[in-house]
Design a protein around this ligand. Structure first.
Ligand code: GRF
Length: 203
């Protein structure tokens, strides 16, 4: 069962996922990297790790639908069953959402629903909060709004600079994402929100 990772930037989460899976007999085989930014750091990592890449800018296409159709062709050719977003700076559109219903997850560097969208680490840091964290969630049409699968808190301690806090967030991501992807693939993760909805309906 093939997985595609979508990334736009540095790619540290992509590399951690590939290494984790590889060290565990490809427990979730990552067979494709999709990257929307030519020159992104993640492309070098994919080359070094020997993972096939689809790297095309959406600017080459008339609209999001056409771009996603092109991606979809590649996903089908690689027999991709699930998609893992890791720093992919683009909303997923209807073409991919309909082709992969509840089969796309994302990692976000805050405790959602707090601080959705871009620059979540900085936003948490400049707010008077003591705890932020990391969230893994299913992807829907919104911006970081899908049902939550896993979360871990990360404290903002006295004396933390933004750089230190960022490092702590990334370390938490690198622990949480591989473990969550593994459980998700194995069907071991419950959707708390769905369970809560059923609970409320049963009242
Ligand atoms: C991570 O902080 C992730 O939560 C966010 O984008 C960042 C990607 O980092 N969605 P990297 O490219 O994996 O190093």
């Amino acid at each position: 069962m093939g997985i595609a990772v979508f990334a736009s930037g540095n790619g540290s989460n992509f590399e951690v996922l590939v290494n984790h899976s590889r060290q565990n007999k490809w427990i979730y085989p990552i067979s494709l990297l999709v990257c929307d930014r030519p020159g992104a750091g993640v492309l070098k990592r994919a080359e070094r790790l020997n993972i096939p890449v689809l790297s095309e800018s959406p600017k080459q296409y008339p609209d999001k639908g056409a771009y996603e159709k092109r991606i979809l062709e590649h996903l089908k050719a690689h027999q991709i069953k699930r998609i893992v977003l890791a720093g992919y700076m683009r909303l997923i559109g209807p073409t991919l959402l309909e082709a992969y219903p509840d089969q796309i997850i994302n990692i976000h560097p805050s405790l959602l629903p707090a601080f959705p969208g871009k620059n979540a680490i900085e936003k948490a840091f400049v707010h008077p909060v003591c705890v932020s964290g990391v969230t893994v969630h299913l992807v829907d049409q919104g911006m970081d709004t899908g049902p939550i699968l896993a979360q871990v808190p990360v404290e903002i301690e006295r004396g933390d600079t933004l750089e230190i806090f960022e490092q702590k967030i990334h370390q938490a991501e690198h622990r949480l994402y591989p473990e969550t992807v593994q459980k998700w693939i194995a069907g071991e993760i419950g959707l708390r929100r769905v369970e809560m909805k059923h609970h409320e309906e049963g009242k």
